[in-house]
Design a protein around this ligand. Structure first.
Ligand code: FES
Length: 167
C-alpha cells in the first residue's frame, strides 16, 4: 500500500514515506509475538500521530490479526486516535471548578473561533481541541491550555487573541 492511497472514508492521509517505513519497522519488530498490539499501536501513533484505517490495515496484515481487532482496541483506549491532531493542541477544562466558573463558555468561544468542535482538528491541521477534566489548577479556573501554556482565569473575549499567538 502506498503513502497516498485513500481510506474507505475517502480522506487522503498525509503519512509520509518515511513514516510508513518507520511504521513497517515497528510492525516487523513485533511480528510473531503475542499480546503486542497495544505497544505496537502506541509506537506507531508516536511516529505517525494518529491511526487511520490504512495504518490499522497495515498493522493487522503485519501482525496477522483481523482489522476488526485492531479497530476495537483503538476505539477502546482513549490513548489512541484515528483522527490527526493539530500542530497546536487547545485544551479547555470542564472539570467541576472550571465548569462552574464558565468553562463551557470558553469552549464555545474556542469552537466558534476555530470553526470546529471539541475532539476535531482544523482542516489546515493547525489546531485541535480537547476537553480536559481538571488539570489541577482549579483555583485558577476557568483554565485553557495551548500545548504546554496555561491560560488562567481566561475570559471568552480573550480567546481569539490567545489563539492568534499560535496562528
Ligand atoms: S477543574 Fe479545571 S483545573 Fe481543576
Amino acid at each position: 500500500m502506498g503513502c497516498c492511497e485513500t481510506s474507505s472514508a475517502g480522506d487522503i492521509t498525509d503519512i509520509t514515506p518515511e513514516q510508513w517505513a518507520k511504521a513497517d519497522e515497528i510492525i516487523a519488530r513485533y511480528k510473531g509475538q503475542r499480546g503486542v498490539l497495544i505497544p505496537c499501536l502506541h509506537e506507531i501513533q508516536q511516529v505517525v500521530g494518529y491511526l487511520p484505517l490504512e495504518v490499522q490495515e497495515r498493522v493487522a496484515a503485519g501482525l496477522d490479526i483481523p482489522v476488526a481487532d485492531v479497530y476495537s482496541v483503538i476505539t477502546f483506549y482513549a490513548l489512541f486516535t484515528t483522527k490527526p491532531k493539530g500542530k497546536h493542541k487547545v485544551g479547555v477544562c470542564l472539570g467541576t471548578a472550571c465548569y462552574v466558573r464558565g468553562g463551557e463558555k470558553i469552549l464555545d468561544k474556542v469552537e466558534h473561533a476555530l470553526g470546529i468542535k471539541a475532539g476535531d482538528t482544523t482542516p489546515d491541521r493547525l489546531f485541535s481541541i480537547q476537553v480536559m477534566r481538571c488539570i489541577g489548577a482549579c483555583g485558577l479556573g476557568p483554565v485553557m491550555t495551548v500545548d504546554d501554556d496555561i491560560y488562567a482565569r481566561i475570559k471568552p473575549e480573550r480567546v481569539p487573541e490567545v489563539l492568534k499567538k499560535y496562528s
